[in-house]
Design a protein around this ligand. Sequence first.
Ligand SMILES: C[S@@+](CC[C@H](N)C(=O)[O-])C[C@H]1O[C@@H](n2cnc3c(N)ncnc32)[C@H](O)[C@@H]1O
Length: 319
Amino acid sequence: MSSNARHVPVMLQRCLDMLAPALTEPGAVVVDCTLGAGGHSEALLKAFPEARLVALDRDPTALKLAGERLAPFGERATLVRAVYHELPEVLERLGIPRVQGVLFDLGVSSMQLDEADRGFAYAQDAPLDMRMDQTTGISAAEVLNTYPPGELVRILRAYGEEKQAKRIVSAVVREREKEPFSNSARLVELIRDALPQAAKRTGGNPAKRTFQALRIEVNAELASVEAAIPAAVASLAVGGRIAVLSYQSLEDRIVKGVFAAGAATTAPPGLPVVPERYQPRLKLLTRGAELPTEEEIAENRRAAPARLRGAERIREDIP
Ligand SMILES: C[S@@+](CC[C@H](N)C(=O)[O-])C[C@H]1O[C@@H](n2cnc3c(N)ncnc32)[C@H](O)[C@@H]1O
């Protein structure tokens, strides 16, 4: 299988359709905040020949590979190494005041999962790293070996929705005193041993939730999403559209909250006529979240948890 075939972009046609009305004018700018292997970006460049693409990723490997893939598009594609909540600074540096489209395909990439030595996957033994940008920050092993037990419990509960957090953390603390954690297999085994039989029978691999929690902590993912979605909405021109693919409920909740707030009036209750400055500045493009079809999931298991939400900017902010 070629590397591109393994990284099939999730809900691709839906994302393109959702952004399409905003991207037909010459000079339209679309930002892919999560370039990854460049699947969505390449499709955007092909589908909207008049548009220019700005694509961000924090992972230098992704930028290198996607850069090769998008080279044929020349100056229509500008790739930037950045964390997505830095979008306003990136656009300012590029001299782009407003954009017509924004896409987020959140979470970890198939490429990162497939690179065994980066430690994202619980199915393979590897150093417990999990940093999307290995040049900065602390690894999952450091989190596991140094965080106070209460903090680890909080992370496993909040970011992994792990009901057995206390049990797992007790085992981690006992084991790390004997020898610090360095590899994923030892953690997977410890989780398997720590959980009661009943907990092991539900929800797939018992290490899945702990790995998700560590990854979110190591990359400060939720804080980045919380800052990035409002920043992206603010960067949209009137008529501009944003589409966001999330893969777990915590991210999806943030996206839902930002869109719902933008689509609501901010008027004090009881006004007979809502003045312009209190009118919603977003129109929702999805009712609830859209899910991938059964056919897509059958072809690409990694699409299964995806949730797509979209919105259109319909009004300027009036101070
Ligand atoms: C699911 S993948 C994107 C896949 C891409 N849509 C494609 O078709 O190939 C998510 C990408 O977002 C990047 N990423 C995750 N969090 C980020 C953040 N806070 N800032 C910038 N990039 C981030 C990851 O490094 C990863 O490459």
